[in-house]
Structure formats: structure tokens, C-alpha cells
Write a protein of this length. Structure first.
Length: 308
């Protein structure tokens, strides 16, 4: 049994090393091909792994790009505190742009109704930030096991002058050759975690002993059920007359906008516990996002418009 465990452990380590090496190569390609890249950083587990990859790709030098967060104003407080602390600890530049500013400027209109969310409104704020700061490439943490629309992505995902994505107008990536040539106004979204899965992310976090927001671990929180999802009670998501909240032992698999991010009942107190839960899960991580359930093509429609 000991020999078998060592063989399995070595296979896992080699697998993660291969993924890490590929991601480092992609980040260095971006640094070589683009003048003004940025790393989209939410404070979630995928962007935390991207930051670690960037450290291995460029340290002891500074990152050749800033960290950029598009803040809906409805984020989990634990995530925002973690975001600010990590940027300070790294000594890297953090740029934050707010959906509220886009609302105040009349660039977007706030949704109304019981299921209103600012999540999709991030698109305009993101595209405005890319234009304002002249970014020609932006790292995203999308993985191909998240949702069917993201399985269509290339590693270098071409966006036109309007920031739009057309899955039929993407470039081949044979032999890991990435074409970053663009015209003025166009940009490339880059996904260095394309070949990673949720399980890979958690195993890498365990291997690297990375700090993550407490929201990923089991904790007590008032929640209620709506449309089959367990949602956190907050000032941004008030109860309807037929709903009641109950304090529960939960954690979150993803840390998006509070209005559309579902919780899962859990007793996981460590990363090892989370890995066991993910191994047994029968629902994908994006299955806990209410905004993806608005239609069968909800995420793809948002991506076509310029979403992450």
C-alpha cells in the first residue's frame, strides 16, 4: 500500500508540474508579445493560482503587468479584504474599477426585481477599463471544465475592437504556438489555466500551501433557498414574502457577486477536506451560479459581449 501511495503521489505531482510549466510558458509568451498586459484578479482561487504562476514566471522581478479587479460593489467582504492584503503583501500594483461608477455615469442600467444582479454589468466596466488603460492583453482564470462556453475558448482568445468574442473567429494553436498580433483597439484574453480543472486548482493550492479567503471553508451564515439554489442573505438580496432564512454551516465553491453565488452545505475546514468534497461532487462549480441559469446560453451570450 505504501508503494502504491508513493506512485500515486508522484503521478499527481508530475501532473501539476506539467500544468504549472505550461502556464508559466503562456505568461512569459504574453510578456514577450504584448506591451500592456493585465492580470484580472478577483481574489478567488483561480486568480490566486495565477498570481502564484506569475511569481514563478517573473520573480525576483516585479510582475510585468498590474492586477485588475472589476468590483461589482456586491462582493463578499472576506474576498475584498483578502484581495487588498495579497496585493499589499506582493508589493504589486492593484487597479480597481467599479460597476457603481458605470451606473453613475449612465453606462449601464441597474437591474430591478427579486433576481437582480450586477454580475453581467461588469462587462461594460471591464471594457471601459481596457480602453482607458490601453491594455492589449488580459489574463483570465477560466478553466475548460467550468461551463460549455468556456470549452470553446483558445488560450489566446481574440477580441475585436468592441471587445466582443466570436468563437468562430479564433486562431489555431498548433504545437503551443500563440499568435498575439492585433490591430489598434483589439485585444487578447489569455487563459493560462485552460487545461486545469477545479480539482487541479485545489491540489495545487494544497501543494503550494497558498492562502485563500475564509469564505472557501465551512462557516456559519444565514442562507435561504431560491430557484433550487442556496443563497447568502445580504442587503443586496432581500427575502421575498414566501422565503425564510436559516443559519447554516456552508462554504462557497466560487466567490462571485453575492447576488448570484450559491453556497453548499459543508463541514470542510481544510483544503484537504475541500478536495474530498470536490471529488465526490456531482454538480459543476458553475452549477452554483444563478446568472448562468438564466438561459441555456447565458454565459456564452455574456462572453460574446465581452464578459470574462
Amino acid at each position: 500500500m505504501v508503494k502504491i501511495w508513493h506512485k500515486m503521489h508522484r503521478y499527481q505531482t508530475t501532473h501539476l508540474e506539467q500544468l504549472e510549466s505550461e502556464s508559466i510558458f503562456i505568461m512569459r509568451e504574453v510578456a514577450a508579445q504584448f506591451e500592456r498586459p493585465a492580470l484580472l484578479f478577483s481574489g478567488g482561487k483561480d486568480s490566486i493560482v495565477m498570481v502564484r504562476i506569475a511569481q514563478k514566471a517573473f520573480r525576483p522581478a516585479k510582475f510585468p503587468f498590474p492586477l485588475v479587479h472589476i468590483d461589482t460593489g456586491h462582493n463578499f467582504e472576506e474576498t475584498i479584504v483578502f484581495r487588498d492584503n495579497l496585493a499589499k503583501k506582493l508589493g504589486e500594483r492593484l487597479i480597481v474599477r467599479y460597476v457603481q461608477t458605470s451606473i453613475d455615469q449612465g453606462r449601464v442600467t441597474e437591474e430591478k426585481g427579486p433576481n437582480a444582479s450586477r454580475n453581467s454589468l461588469q462587462t461594460i466596466t471591464l471594457l471601459d477599463a481596457i480602453e482607458e488603460l490601453k491594455f492589449d492583453a488580459a489574463f483570465g482564470g477560466a478553466r475548460r471544465d467550468e461551463e460549455k462556453a468556456r470549452a470553446k475558448e483558445r488560450v489566446f482568445s481574440f477580441r475585436d475592437e468592441f471587445g466582443q468574442w466570436d468563437p468562430k473567429n479564433q486562431r489555431p494553436e498548433l504545437w503551443n504556438l500563440y499568435n498575439g498580433k492585433i490591430h489598434n483597439g483589439q485585444h487578447i484574453r489569455v487563459f493560462p489555466l485552460s487545461n486545469w480543472t477545479e480539482m487541479d486548482i485545489w491540489q495545487y493550492i494544497l501543494k503550494e500551501n497558498l492562502e485563500i479567503p475564509e469564505i472557501y471553508f465551512s462557516h456559519r451564515r444565514p442562507c435561504f433557498t431560491r430557484n433550487g439554489m442556496l443563497l447568502p442573505l445580504s442587503e443586496y438580496l432581500p427575502l421575498q414574502s414566501s422565503e425564510t432564512a436559516e443559519e447554516m454551516q456552508v462554504r462557497f465553491r466560487t466567490v462571485g457577486d453575492m447576488t448570484c453565488t450559491g453556497a453548499v452545505v459543508s463541514n470542510a475546514k481544510s483544503v484537504a477536506d475541500i478536495i474530498l468534497e470536490v471529488a465526490a461532487a456531482r454538480l459543476t462549480e458553475r452549477g452554483g451560479r444563478a446568472d448562468d441559469k438564466r438561459s441555456d446560453a447565458a454565459l456564452e451570450d455574456r462572453k460574446r459581449a465581452g464578459y470574462f
